[in-house]
Design a protein around this ligand. Structure first.
Ligand code: NFS
Length: 653
């Protein structure tokens, strides 16, 4: 079972800092979760605020089974049914999540293009092989053209993906053919990224689409525009510009902060600024400037998904995941918290006010009252980043007494991009997923689970992630992780090869042979696109069916809270993956809509949604699904047969 529900976190560093916050009389998200309960009507998706005759509330009557008559009475002023309201709210969440990932993708694409044109000094094309592969895929001539010229053409093609009005997104062709046929049959192959988000907003506007299955089709299309569009473009171009991640050793948790150094936390999502901070924080001039102010050096650490990005590419330590952002400042040892976009709590501003920390916003799309705004100029990136670091150094002498940095930190190995997994499994000259597929077929690996998403202060921080993942690996399920989920698991020390000892015998034997942990960190939230590519590679390697929905695989966001998670979940489902959420389910107010998401979608997509707050029960549901798929593939027998004799062990090694 998961731990005591009244406990705020399973992470010792987090608990120590919550304690310090109390002593310092500083309010955090954990306090506010105690003092303010969620609105029960909004939480079930039964509140419509889409026009000024409302908000109309149509909650489900508690404690009795709803009759058809009861259902008819649940209507807003305009006559909107509870079904329409729940489906509209759900679709809007997808649109917002898809917009967030895709606006990130757009900014990256523009930056890529300007870098290729030579306008963004300090950045370069780092992964030539991936650039050329992408050129071949997009039909861009290579010949003896310089990389920058090829990159300009790629950048222009991909920038067009956002505003495209005709045709469909180019990366959809990466999916298995059967999957593409399903999308075409249902008419949900996304056209341009922006077009799908705009259409979702239009159709959920007052007085437009009032047929819940039809609304949810547009939700699916907007989500695919995220997973196979905005996010996938972001991941590919980030890899080409900043380097495709390879396994890197790093450390995680608040214990990475250093008492005698200038601590700078980079928090947010888009990696351009973080990349530049990683460079300039090692600049000898700035380091000696820090020393002139009495510090031993400059310590850069990441927070949230931008942390995943720079940790995977530079080994920069991670200070924590979503619910730890305020706590980092409460150490009293952070000179600057530098933020860009997404997952940045406004509460940071009030917390920073209680200490000496400078909260610095850097993106004109995301300003915060009370913060200092220092626009990051990609065309003048080095100087912009240096100016930020200098502000942090100048702030070192303003520290107040009462600094406390928890000692807790763990080692982790991350950087399991699709390319790296391919290489680790197959070797440089025969890179492939064949060994993974073979080990699934022979039953040493039961299946694969993607565990992703946020933290949520309504449940014990990190507990649901960790309990779920431990149960999965114990049952020989290889776990692919991104985002805050990856950070939660890494903090427990599972994300090193020695973590294999907690896996079932079959998974352990494979991990020990290859030298990988049983939980693979694949990156940030936009990098969930890597999971789609990995699933597709498994299908294409053969032996596990001819579509993603045939794989013994599933997905989960057990501590979700953001709209981005809903978009991710929907593109997993629409790509054929059984996907579970924990904490709360946003359409409980309509049984029809919930049934449609949980049951009908399986008939449409081969993947469907589910909800289970208990992590052990969630694991059981995931394992049952994996076993169902194994049976359909006819490989369930293979699993029953495995008994590890010496010959098999020799074969493994
Ligand atoms: Ni993704 Fe959740 Fe945010 Fe990252 Fe964490 S909260 S949806 S995991 S940091 S984006």
């Amino acid at each position: 079972m998961a731990e005591d529900k009244t406990k705020k976190s399973i992470d010792a560093a987090t608990l120590e800092m919550i304690d310090k916050a109390g002593k310092d009389h500083v309010s955090t998200v954990f306090d506010r979760a105690d003092s303010m309960k969620p609105c029960p009507i909004g939480a079930e998706g039964s509140c419509c605020s889409n026009c000024a005759m409302g908000p109309c509330r149509v909650p489900l009557a508690k404690g009795k089974t709803e009759t058809e008559d009861d259902k008819k009475k649940r209507r807003g002023l305009r006559g909107a049914t509870a079904e329409t309201i729940a489906a509209r709210n759900f679709t809007r969440k997808i649109a917002a999540g898809s917009a967030a990932h895709s606006d990130h993708g757009r900014r990256v694409t523009r930056h890529f293009l300007e870098t290729a044109r030579g306008h963004h000094a300090g950045f370069e094309i780092k992964d030539e092989q991936k650039l050329l592969q992408l050129a071949i895929e997009l039909g861009v001539k290579i010949g003896d053209r310089p990389n920058n010229e090829i990159a300009v053409e790629i950048g222009e093609i991909l920038l067009n993906e956002f505003g495209k009005q005709e045709g469909e997104l180019l990366f959809l062709k990466r999916a298995p053919l059967k999957r593409q046929e399903i999308w075409h049959k249902l008419g949900i192959a996304p056209r341009g990224v922006d077009r799908e988000v705009v259409e979702a907003m239009h159709r959920t506007h007052m007085g437009v689409d009032q047929d819940y299955p039809n609304l949810l089709l547009q939700g699916a299309r907007a989500s695919l525009a995220d997973g196979w569009g905005g996010s996938m473009i972001a991941t590919d171009l980030q890899d080409i510009m900043f380097g495709t991640p390879t396994p890197a050793l790093s450390t995680i948790n608040l214990g990475v902060l250093k008492e005698k150094e200038v601590n700078i936390i980079i928090h947010g999502h888009e990696p351009a600024l973080a990349e530049m901070l990683a460079v300039v924080s090692r600049d000898p001039e700035l380091v000696s400037y820090a020393k002139s102010k009495g510090a031993d050096g400059i310590n850069l650490a990441g927070m949230c998904c931008t942390a995943n990005e720079i940790m995977m590419r530079h080994g920069i330590p991670i200070a924590g995941n979503f619910l730890q952002q305020e706590l980092a400042i409460i150490t009293g040892a952070v000179e600057a918290m530098v933020v860009d976009v997404q997952c940045i709590m406004q509460g940071l501003s009030a917390v920073a006010n209680c200490y000496h920390t400078k909260l610095i916003t850097t993106d004109d799309r995301a300003k915060i009252e009370g913060a200092t705004h220092m626009q990051f100029d990609e065309a003048n990136a080095i100087e912009s980043a240096k100016a930020i670091v200098k502000v942090a150094i100048d702030n070192f002498s303003n520290r107040k007494p009462g600094i406390f940095i928890p000692k807790h930190k763990s080692e982790l190995i991350a950087g399991f991009s699709h390319e790296t997994i391919n290489y680790l499994l197959g070797g440089l000259f025969r890179a492939s997923y064949r060994p993974l597929n073979d080990n699934i077929i022979n039953g040493r690996i039961r299946g694969v689970a993607g565990v992703v998403g946020c933290n949520n202060a309504r449940v014990t921080h990190d507990d649901i992630h960790v309990t779920l993942v431990k149960e999965l690996i114990k049952n020989d399920v290889l776990v692919l992780l991104t985002g805050c989920a990856a950070m939660a698991v890494a903090k427990t020390g599972l994300m090193v090869p020695e973590g294999a000892q907690y896996a079932g015998e079959g998974l352990r034997s494979v991990c020990e042979t290859v030298g990988i942990p049983p939980v693979l960190h694949m990156g940030s939230c936009v990098d969930n696109a890597r999971i789609l590519i990995a699933a597709t590679a498994m299908v294409k390697d053969g032996g596990l069916g001819d579509d993603i929905s045939d794989l013994p695989a599933c997905g989960a966001a057990p501590e979700w809270m953001s709209e981005k998670a809903v978009s991710i979940g929907q593109y997993f489902v629409s790509s054929g993956i059984y996907t579970l959420f924990g904490v709360t389910w946003p359409t409980v107010g309509s049984k029809d809509v919930t049934d449609f998401l949980f049951k009908d979608m399986e008939k449409m997509y081969g993947g469907m949604w589910d909800f289970e707050p208990d992590p052990i029960k969630m694991a059981q549901k995931m394992i049952a699904h994996i076993d169902k798929k194994r049976k359909a593939l006819g490989i369930d027998k293979a699993r029953e047969r495995i008994l590890y004799d010496m010959a098999m062990r020799r074969e493994l090694t």
